[in-house]
Design a protein around this ligand. Structure first.
Ligand code: FAD
Ligand code: DLZ
Length: 509
């Protein structure tokens, strides 16, 4: 029987489950660049270029391996994946269609109607690139009152054997995060920034993106990303050699004009399928075993991948589709226009948004504690925040972005992912970055013309939801210190916040 195998743009893995048991002499692989996938978010231009260039290179890789690939370019004008499939069914007359489950609920939901509409049996297989299947996560979650990441992570450590000595964690503790919160120093010697792919396929894609998506978010050039498996592997090896040893202690640190610090920048490649998560973790573990990287760095790195990455995917599939509509804080404000331009005199935000426009990248603490916390404090609509994050980062897919944004960062799920909101005043930013030096505002002042707006916004956020935080054992103390403030100070803080909020302009406003 002839099969048609649909491979999606983020399924660029030779061992993808949809290809298993396939017959190269008979089966046809369909890959399609389609308008709907390019348009469902305001994808950063570099993200579009990365996905299309990586898809085209992967099609070449498959052809070299002997597969017959029907590749549809965007310029053919196919509106969506369903019409691409209908076209390919007409062209190849397969008896069945095989697909690996998509990462996003949106597509999975659409696919449920394909069998009836396309008149072919559609076989949807599990995505074996994850360590924890959707069913396995649901089983883990089934009899628990709370879904604590740390508990899930230990199950994954035991399952993979990573950093395990017999039944015990290497070094005697599971989590070395306490060693991973060093503030930065200006004198840090940072690894060289990454270089982007430069080959004829990528050049053609960059021109196409420039021509077709001029109004999408971000700057296309210089292009920062690798688009082949070999390129991603070279980026991986450079990270393991140059950055991993310092990854841990400076994981939360931020420096102006140093967008990458000691982070790996490997999430786009993991999410596209160019790198395998378990293989990457084993290589990181080997660096520790060889004495080239300390345990706190390697444990921290592995935890992000086998812990957080798998955990947020599990939560996403467990809770969708209702999860996307959660908004327990009733936040409704539009996101300010400077999220699209970087033009604000708050230096932390202009730095992080500016590098996002330039590179389609920001590291975790920048996403969580700068753009994320500010949106939380001003009471931005979580759907607007989610749509922004889904577009602007090269690694953004809803299965990983939504729980991080709506849950971890915006607390819109009421604390399912994190027990307390990631709210912070200017003090945190001043401690963990050098952004406040050279900023128009003073992080130490709470009110007055040169006071950093984060301080009044922080207290206003606490006050707006005072009753809720008073019930939260990790927030109680903060509510008490708000309540102890003299009435005049409370009033001044709330007025300063109100003035700041009133001056915010939405995009295009
Ligand atoms: P490193 O710091 O080098 O970490 C190593 C790897 O760990 C990453 O490549 C990533 O695969 C994984 N990882 C780390 N933290 C997380 C996390 N919280 N959740 C899942 N995986 C994690 N990550 C995405 O891949 N796509 C997204 O769309 C995305 N959106 C986010 C939105 C918000 C508001 C926040 C707070 C975080 C988001 N993250 C997202 C998680 C994290 O910020 C990125 O994975 C990380 O910054 C990617 O850069 P890196 O590869 O240099 O990571
Ligand atoms: C992100 C993306 C983009 C921009 N374009 C395409 C495309 O044209 N064709 C395709 O198959 N996949 C694309 N993707 C990736 C999909 O959006 C991704 O597979 C789903 O969001 C599921 O994770």
């Amino acid at each position: 029987t002839r099969r048609l195998v649909l491979i999606l743009g983020d399924q660029l893995t030779p061992g993808i489950s949809s290809l298993l048991g396939g017959d190269k002499s008979r089966d046809v692989i369909l890959m399609a660049e389609v308008a709907a996938e390019a348009a469902y978010a305001d994808h950063h231009k570099q993200k579009l270029a990365l996905v299309f260039a990586a898809m085209r290179h992967f099609a070449q890789e498959l052809r070299q391996a002997g597969w017959q690939v029907d590749y549809r370019k965007l310029t053919e004008g196919l509106p969506d994946l369903e019409s691409a499939l209908a076209d390919a069914i007409a062209a190849h007359d397969p008896e069945t269609v095989v697909i690996t489950e998509p990462g996003e609920w949106r597509l999975w939901d659409t696919m449920q109607g394909w069998e009836a509409r396309l008149h072919r049996p559609i076989l949807i297989r599990d995505d074996s690139r994850f360590l924890c299947s959707r069913d396995a996560f649901a089983n883990w979650a089934a009899d628990r009152k709370t879904l604590v990441m740390e508990h899930f992570y230990r199950v994954m450590r035991r399952q993979t054997g990573l950093l395990m000595q017999e039944d015990q964690p290497a070094g005697g503790v599971w989590n070395l995060d306490a060693e991973n919160r060093n503030p930065p120093r200006d004198s840090l010697f940072l690894p060289a920034p990454p270089t982007g792919a430069d080959d004829p396929v990528t050049a053609e894609v960059l021109d196409m993106v420039e021509a077709q998506f001029p109004d999408h978010f971000g700057r296309l050039r210089p292009f920062h990303w690798q688009v082949t498996r070999a390129g991603a592997e070279a980026a991986r090896d450079a990270f393991l050699r140059d950055a991993l040893p310092d990854f841990g202690r400076y994981q939360d640190a931020m420096l102006a004009d140093r967008p990458f610090m000691y982070h790996s920048l490997l999430s786009p490649y993991l999410n596209l399928g160019l790198l395998d998560p378990l293989d990457l973790c084993r290589r990181a573990e080997a660096e520790w075993q060889a004495g080239r990287a300390p345990l706190n760095a390697v444990e921290g790195f592995i935890r992000q991948i086998i812990g957080w990455r798998e955990y947020v995917r599990g939560v996403y599939w467990l809770k969708m589709p209702d999860y996307a509509a959660m908004n327990v804080l009733g936040a409704e404000r539009p996101l300010p226009g400077f999220y699209w331009t970087g033009e604000t005199n708050m230096r932390c935000l202009s730095q992080v948004i500016g590098q996002t426009l330039d590179t389609a990248y920001a590291h975790h603490i920048q996403r969580l504690m700068i753009t994320g916390t500010y949106a939380l404090l001003i009471g931005a609509d979580p759907v607007a925040v989610h749509r922004w994050y889904l577009g602007v980062y090269a690694d953004a897919y809803e299965w990983v972005e939504l729980p991080n944004t709506l849950g971890m960062s915006q607390y819109a799920d009421g604390g399912l992912l994190g027990t307390k909101p990631y709210a912070a005043s200017a003090n945190y930013i001043d401690k963990m970055s050098d952004y406040c030096g050279g900023c128009a505002f003073d992080p130490k002042r709470r009110t007055g013309p040169d006071a950093c707006p984060w301080n009044a916004l922080y207290w206003d956020f606490i006050a707006r939801h005072e009753d809720r935080w008073a019930q939260n054992h990790r927030m109680k103390v903060i509510v008490q210190s708000w309540r102890r403030k003299p009435k005049a100070e409370q009033k001044a803080l709330r007025e300063a916040a109100a003035a700041h909020l009133a001056a915010l302009q939405p995009y295009g406003g």
